[in-house]
Write a protein that binds this ligand. Structure first.
Ligand code: ZN
Length: 71
């Protein structure tokens, strides 16, 4: 089950398929969570994961600028 779109993931698809299974890795440090909580892997379609990942990257960049201003 994809945690981003809520639809089932076909585990038999080849890895390069855009609807194949990927483990969506949430970096607890970049999200401001506890570093010891390392179980933030969620199943997601490759397409869902990458579209979300692009959004995440821009957010992290903005947060990174704010962080460097604070430092
Ligand atoms: Zn999905």
């Amino acid at each position: 089950m994809c945690w981003l779109c809520g639809q089932q993931i076909d585990l038999t698809l080849p890895r390069e398929h855009r609807m194949s299974w990927t483990a969506d890795h949430l970096d607890p440090i970049s999200l401001g969570g506890a570093p010891r909580d390392a179980s933030l892997l969620r199943p997601a379609h490759r397409a869902c994961n990458s579209s979300r990942g692009n959004r995440m990257t821009s957010q992290v960049r903005r947060q990174g600028v704010q962080t460097s201003e604070v430092w």
